[in-house]
Design a protein around this ligand. Structure first.
Ligand SMILES: Cc1cc2nc3c(=O)[nH]c(=O)nc-3n(C[C@H](O)[C@H](O)[C@H](O)COP(=O)(O)OP(=O)(O)OC[C@H]3O[C@@H](n4cnc5c(N)ncnc54)[C@H](O)[C@@H]3O)c2cc1C
Length: 806
């Protein structure tokens, strides 16, 4: 066994082997995989191993398609069979919402030239004569859907990796991982130690235990999961071909051919956790006792849809463990608190995603950043707040509603509240309906007396649409008070504060006390890793404000630039709360509570002051994400209720009141403002989001300056545009494809909202550079159906910024 390696992968399941293969393929041949037992000894060996390409997230769809194509390449490349069957998959919609979901996916497939389209009932009956299609509203077909052989695929990755020089050691458990001062690691095993630059935790069911060796807590918990295989079904035996799989998600089961029978699996409501406190180290190639009673309801629905399934006996039941994260997506990426420690844990549809995960993991470690924005997978989306109770409640909800549609604005209640601010109870009494943002409860909107406080969910406009419109109009006509406490807030102090910020961010930092700037943070490929507001409070003190949900994500960047001697950086997100007071009467409102002069002359746009509002010391910034006249006020958390009460009281005297974050979303879209993870992501270059003016190449070195220099002169690939859409009962929400009128796909929506003040359904989006101009008519596939839209030349609200600067 080597004593030194570039990377050590812990775990020889499907995912560990894929990562090893991709590391070797992308150029690191001195890589080692350590497996405590035989390969596939965790969840992998007993999986149903279904594969499919479509996912609600476009980037995940792209990675699933990559994975499916890779299996065929692996067979050719290694000679190892992957047991690939691709008889296709039929997706059935029993409800209107499911139909909307499938039609939207079909439109996305057209945009990305993926194979997924609608078939008529007679065609579906020809494809799968054993399905009863009664009550089905629409049927989609994915010709490449199918399944693979779990051991075959894992062995093929392993063979491909070995061919490229990677080493695999079976029966070699990792017993410790020790971080070294130089950033490398020592990985200990009974057969010897390896010093390595990177450690990769791909320990599947034991992901928690392996993470704990490095001092890391991962929000994961295993559950049981069952499927069964029937005896031979004569109709199938007589068919002479393989039948497509059936994705009847409203029926809450999956079903496909296995041998000459059927395989049926279910994510039952009455789910069962396993090994909550830790996965036993001696658990091997084992299964749990059958418990088909638990999935009886799902079986009954499957048999009603495919009656032949009920005619054969059960040949085999598989009840095995799988391990889940709180939102059922992988915990992926370098652990922000550690050096060179990569996680890839909690994978559910591993067989659809293994290739994509291996590829992105290798890109991230070798090139410094993945080629696609994968915040949806990034382990940094959860923080310390995602503890055991939260994880358990969320996993229970995820498992038992595995096939439920995830609606765009849906806020699931499980496990909440987990983090609240002092004003939470007060907001609750005021009728707030809350959402979850990086663990925090924050008001989405406020129900009036007599209005329901429960949101309905769906792809169309829901019961919050009216109240949110009321808040947005109130703010535009008078003023509104928005709790923006969940913005990330950082404090940089010390003699080197300005130099450090200049070495981190792309814009030139303010030199004058009381000035602020907007700045991008540049990623390893020259894209937008973040957007921040920085304000100078004193000669040696700055405050930085950024996206709250990206706080842990941004840690990786902050720690990449060493702090100068005597200078400190710390997150103040938990210590401080914030309110955005905005709207044409916001000055009048605030002036009732402060002696500070708020006139434009004394307090211009983009300036900050430390003032007292209603007796509370605040840092006030004249900025507003609403695009209207406004201030953001930041106070100690202990003063939140006091400040809020005063603002609301003064607000009531000028026709203002509380406004939630959903109205803020609409207001910022009216003004054409982009937002982190939607418009701004590492996938887009500054020149594509009109941020190039904020990148100051003449100020000296800053983080990833060279990466930006390499792409700075390249023309934009995509353009950020704004659309007004002819929509009646559903607005765009993000992800909807954009087509030219002749059906040519040119881009997709990044954010959508109804602009209540301008009375238009609006969207921001990206289109291929040069493919459309302001005034051009295009089509947006809301609910998967074409909706006429026109490209706007400027935001419909206050394009000249007169109100902002009033
Ligand atoms: C019943 C069932 C059906 C499923 N059906 C499907 C399906 O149809 N489609 C699909 O895509 N997915 C399916 N899955 C999920 C799929 O099995 C997983 O996504 C996948 O196997 C995860 O692979 P992994 O490599 O992350 O983890 P694992 O397979 O758990 O592998 C982890 C490996 O790490 C090793 N290891 C752990 N600790 C150490 C250590 N300290 N030192 C060295 N090695 C260590 C283990 O021995 C193990 O081999 C199913 C799962 C179950 C349970």
């Amino acid at each position: 066994m080597r004593t030194h390696a570039q990377a050590v992968v812990i775990g020889g399941g499907l995912i560990g082997c894929s990562i090893l293969y991709h590391l070797a393929k992308f150029g690191w041949s001195d890589v080692v995989l350590l497996e405590r037992d035989e390969l596939t000894s965790g969840s992998t060996w007993h999986a149903a191993a279904n594969i499919h390409g479509l996912h609600d997230s476009t980037n995940i769809s792209r990675l699933q398609h990559y994975t499916m194509a890779l299996y065929k390449e692996l067979e050719t490349e290694t000679g190892q069979g992957c047991g690939i069957f691709q008889p296709g998959s039929l997706y059935l919609a029993q409800t209107e919402a499911r139909e909307h979901q499938l039609r939207l996916q079909e439109a996305k497939a057209r945009r990305y030239k993926m194979n997924f389209y609608e078939v008529a009932r007679d065609e579906a009956e020809r494809l799968h004569p054993l399905v009863d299609f009664d009550g089905i509203r629409c049927i989609m077909y994915e010709p490449e859907g199918g399944n693979v052989d779990p051991s075959g695929v894992t062995a093929a990755y392993a063979a491909g990796a070995r061919q490229r020089g990677a080493e695999i050691h079976r029966f070699t458990p990792v017993t410790a991982t020790e971080a070294q001062a130089d950033g490398s690691w020592i990985v200990r095993t009974p057969k010897g130690d390896i010093r390595t630059q990177w450690v990769i935790n791909a320990a599947g069911l034991w992901g928690r235990e392996v993470a704990a060796m490095a001092g890391l807590q991962l929000p994961l918990i295993p559950t049981e999961h069952q499927y069964f295989v029937t005896e031979t079904i004569p109709e199938i035996a007589a068919m002479g071909r393989r039948l497509p799989s059936v994705a009847d998600r409203d029926g809450e089961y999956y079903l496909r051919q296995e041998g000459l029978g059927l395989l049926i699996g279910a994510y039952e409501r009455n789910m069962k956790f396993w090994a909550e406190e830790g996965t036993p180290l001696d658990f091997g190639h084992e299964l749990f006792p059958d418990d088909l009673d638990r999935i009886e309801d799902n079986m009954v629905r499957a048999i009603a849809r495919v009656p032949a399934a009920g005619t054969a006996g059960v040949k085999r039941v598989i009840n095995g463990p799988m391990i889940w994260s709180p939102d059922s997506a992988v915990l992926f990426g370098p652990a922000p608190e550690l050096q060179n420690y990569f996680c890839c844990n909690g994978i559910i549809p591993g067989f659809s995603q293994s290739g994509g995960m291996g590829k992105l993991a290798a890109e991230w470690m070798i090139e410094g950043e993945p080629s696609l924005d994968m915040f949806a997978w990034d382990m940094a989306r959860f923080g310390h707040w995602a503890g055991k109770a939260f994880t358990k409640a969320r996993v229970q909800d995820q498992y038992s509603h595995r096939f439920k549609i995830h609606f765009p604005n849906e806020e699931r209640a499980a496990g909440r509240p987990v983090r609240t601010r002092p004003a939470y109870d007060m907001q609750k009494q005021m009728g707030a309906v809350f959402g979850l943002n990086f663990g925090w409860e924050h008001p989405l909107w406020f129900a009036a007396e007599g209005e329901p406080r429960e949101e309905t969910i769906g792809f169309t406009r829901q019961n919050w649409w009216g109240p949110v419109g009321r808040e947005a109009r109130m703010l535009r006509e008078h003023a509104g008070i928005i709790d923006v406490s969940n913005f990330a807030k950082y404090e940089v102090k010390g003699p080197g504060a300005e130099a450090w910020l200049n070495a981190l961010f792309a814009n030139r930092m303010p030199t004058e006390i009381g000035r602020s700037c907007l700045t991008p943070l540049i990623g390893k490929r020259g894209g937008i890793a973040g957007d921040f507001t920085v304000t100078k409070l004193a000669d040696d003190e700055f405050r930085v404000f950024g996206s709250g949900m990206a706080e842990r994500f941004h840690q990786r960047f902050f720690k990449a630039v060493p702090l100068p001697e005597g200078t400190t950086f710390r997150s103040r997100t938990e210590d401080f709360c914030g309110f955005n007071v905005a709207g044409p009467k916001s000055r009048e409102l605030l002036q009732r509570l402060t002696n500070a002069d708020l006139s434009t002359q004394a307090f211009p746009f983009m300036r900050s002051r430390q003032i007292t509002v209603a007796g509370v010391d605040v840092v006030a910034l004249r900025v507003s994400f609403t695009g209207d006249l406004g201030w953001e006020l930041y106070c100690p958390a202990a003063s939140q209720v006091e400040l809020y009460s005063a603002l609301l009281k003064a607000g009531s005297e000028v026709g203002a009141g509380p406004v939630g974050s959903r109205a803020l979303m609409s207001l910022r879209v009216e003004k054409g403002y982009g937002s982190w993870s939607r418009e701004y992501s590492p996938e887009y270059w500054p020149q594509e989001v009109k941020f190039d003016r904020l990148v100051k190449m003449d100020k000296g070195k800053f983080l990833n300056r060279d990466a930006y220099a390499a792409i700075a002169d390249r023309p934009a690939r995509d353009e950020l545009i704004m659309l007004s859409i002819d929509a009646k009962d559903a607005d765009a929400t993000g992800g909807e494809p954009i087509f030219l009128q002749d059906g040519t796909p040119i881009g997709q929506v990044s954010s959508g909202a109804y602009g209540y003040f301008v009375e238009q359904s609006l969207a921001l989006g990206y289109v291929k550079a040069g493919s459309a101009r302001p005034g051009d008519k295009v089509s947006v596939a809301i609910l998967g159906r074409p909706h006429d839209a026109v490209l706007l030349s400027e935001p419909p609200f206050d394009p000249e910024g007169k109100r902002l600067r009033a």
